[in-house]
Structure formats: C-alpha cells, structure tokens
Design a binder for this molecule. Structure first.
Ligand SMILES: [Fe+2]
Length: 249
C-alpha cells in the first residue's frame, strides 16, 4: 500500500471536487504497481471524508456532506460546549451509519453516544473497525486545555486509551481529535505547542500509517511526518482519502 501523494493543487481538478468545494484535500492510498491487478479497481476506490471542528457551522457541514463519500468521519467538536447538536444531527441523519463520530473536547462521551443513537450514526470513540485490510482506530477528547471543556483526558488516560490499539496490524489508520505534541499540527502560536506528549510517544513507537486529527484550528489543513506516520490536521474543510478497497460498510 502506498500514498500516491496527490497534491492539493492537482486534486482540485478532480471531478469529485468540481462542485466548487476545492478546499477539501484528497490523497489516494493504493497498492504498489506490482500489486495493481486491474484498472477497474480504482473505479471502486472507497472514499472516506474526514473532518473536525465544525463547532455548529452548518454551512461548513453542508459543503462536506455534499461531497460524495462512502464514509464520513467527524473527528470531534461538532458542537460548542455540547450546544447545537440537534441541527447537526438532523443534517447527518440521512447518511446514517456511514457517519462515524468522535467526541471532541466540547462533547462528553455520553453525549456523543446518545447523539449517535438518536440520529442513527456510529459512535467511533475508543472503537476499532476493519475496512478491507486496514484497521481504523478512533479516540476522541483532548489532552488538558485551559478552557475547562467537558471532554478532556489526562496524559495518563490518553496512554491507557491508546494501549488498546497497541497490537493492531498495519495498515493502521488512527483518528484522534487532538494532535501529537511538538509537531506542525499543535503550534497555536510560534513556538507554542499544545499537543499531547503521550500521543506523540505512542506514534513514535507504534508508527501507524496515518494519523488524522483536528482540535488546533490554527493548524487546520497542515500535515507532518513522524517517522513513517503521515499526520494530518483535517480541519473543518475536511480531507478525502481514497482507499484501494471495495466500498464495504
Ligand atoms: Fe477541540
């Protein structure tokens, strides 16, 4: 499996993005050439649209769900301190179980669970799901913030939650709400990093293929590399990943 690294400038020419929503970035994860059995497989690529930090912005959500995708992953903070989830839920409900949701630091675990149940969505918090050969692991909340938000874990709790993903085989896709510390994705001001130390240590040790996060709005759309792990802050514009897998949910 490899990421063909399609540049966002090229991606904006792609038909899937032709509806005037060019802010969404796309990457294709395809098998190495020697393993590509036939061209038609690409036509069956599974499209996964990952986004974060909607914070009640229904126009941003409208743009996202207007994009064709087989799976939509909301990586946390659909609301502001838990408010506004009803409108968001009404918009997402028609997509049903094709929407996986993490609680951000603005939602509690229980609130997210009830929200998913009420609108027929999938609660992806602390869950592991297999898509084709790949494993997808989800972890919401954030490391401690100065804002006293309801969905925060201590670094110790983050370590405990991540340990459930220790033995997952590659390819491994980790979706978290918060970024790893001392990266391009957690710099709220020049030289001021606010990500999770324990998440960074886990990524350095375990090396998932991909890490998708949000949370730090200043870093939305940025990417970083930690060893062999490609890390992306998907932000509320979202990131469309195309997997060389049959859509199968
Ligand atoms: Fe957040």
């Amino acid at each position: 499996m490899r990421d063909r690294g399609v540049r966002s400038s090229e991606l904006h020419q792609r038909p899937v993005l032709s509806a005037g929503h060019g802010a969404i970035c796309v990457a294709r994860v395809l098998k190495p050439k020697s393993q590509e059995p036939y061209l038609g497989e690409q036509l069956n690529a599974m499209k996964i649209l990952i986004f974060s930090d909607i914070h009640g912005d229904t126009r941003a959500l409208e743009r996202l769900i207007a994009q064709p995708a087989d799976l939509y992953i909301a990586a946390g903070d659909l609301s502001v301190f838990g408010r506004g989830l009803e409108r968001i839920g009404t918009m997402l409900a028609p997509l049903g179980r094709r929407v996986w949701v993490l609680p951000g630091n603005h939602e509690t675990e229980q609130q997210n669970h009830e929200f998913c149940g009420r609108y027929g969505l999938v609660d992806f918090h602390r869950q592991i799901t297999q898509i084709g050969k790949g494993h997808w692991a989800g972890l919401g909340y954030s490391n401690p913030t100065p804002f006293d938000t309801p969905g925060e874990y201590s670094e110790e709790e983050i370590g405990e939650a991540l340990s459930a993903f220790d033995d997952l085989p590659s390819p491994l896709f980790l979706v978290v709400h918060f970024p790893p510390a001392n990266s391009v994705l957690d710099e709220v001001a020049p030289g001021r990093h606010t990500g999770s130390r324990v998440l960074r240590e886990w990524v350095e040790r375990r090396q998932p293929d991909y890490l998708f996060c949000g949370h730090i709005h200043e870093c939305a759309g940025k990417t970083d590399q930690i060893g062999s792990t490609r890390c992306l802050n998907v932000g509320k514009s979202g990131y469309l990943l195309e997997l060389d897998e049959e859509p199968s949910l």
